[in-house]
Ligand binder design. Sequence first.
Ligand code: NAD
Ligand code: SER
Length: 320
Amino acid sequence: MSRILVIGAAGQIGTELIEQLSIQYGKDRIVGADLNPPDALPDIRDYVKLDVLDKEALAQLVDQHEIKIIYNLAAVLSATAERIPEKAWNINMGGLFNVLELAREKELERIFWPSSIAVFGNSTPKADTPQQTITEPSTVYGISKLAGERWCEYYHEKYGVDVRSIRYPGLISYKALPGGGTTDYAVEIYYKALEEKPFQCFLNPDTRLPMMFMPDAVRATIELMQAPPENIKVRSSYNLAAFSISPADAAESIRKHLPDFEITYEPDYREQIAGTWPHSIDDSKAREDWNWQHEYDVDSMTEVMLRELSGTRVNSNQSD
Ligand code: NAD
Ligand code: SER
């Protein structure tokens, strides 16, 4: 039985991706791996401690579990990467190389590796940012994602590796906390709102960024991986979008349910990072090539976020 390996499985995306993959393919077919496995392991047969930079251990794992498909989510995200640039570069690039090389050597069936809106920079058109445009990122994280995209395309063209990728926008979720990104405020804000505490935001009120609710992001990932190879025309990474919001927009959406919610603004270095990223994304290639469609907008997401985090039902309409 061929199996699917998720590396970085304990993170914000991995936690939910593993859950969905287990539902679709069966718990026995999923292997989770992370440098720091979570205390409460998910309901799958195998979960291992692994450093994606240890190629030998990774190769052994692939052989031992008859792995044919790898999702490599292990990375250092944008805000943390600015504090540890060399380490971030090594993990983000070294991990991808190890996985691409194993895919080539062992003729693996398919690889997923996520890129980000961080590949864009100040010189990129900020509204409806096209699939192909100027990419001059100014963060360590963005540089690593851009280089990674080029390597993915190279391994596909040169060695026929079936590697697929999405430039995720900022992801908002309630099952696992985010891991050190510039868009993390958009998760923290819901926790604070439910604690009935004012939220101090590290971005400016009007800093608008592309965002997506995690169920859409996980569905997009699995749909991309299930699409026939001939449909995948972009082998660097696909633009992907749902909605765009600023911190003020997020607060307004929350106030539809919690009218007393207060937000204050104390922008820090993350505002500088966010200021170089697009306001909105043109994802028409993903929609054309593999029929991507998002489900959640900001208000339908807010309703689920507040309901799931509070464990109680939140009114869907203020006038209810
Ligand atoms: P995260 O920080 O929540 O999770 C990353 C996981 O990788 C962590 O559990 C960490 O322990 C693990 N890890 C780190 N170094 C490792 C190593 N050397 N070996 C094995 N595991 C290691 O990140 P996430 O939000 O789940 O993001 C996953 C991927 O998606 C990353 O490539 C990230 O750049 C990309 N992405 C995320 C977002 C987002 O908003 N969450 C947006 C765009 C792109
Ligand atoms: N959400 C991610 C970050 O802020 C974008 O890649 O780092």
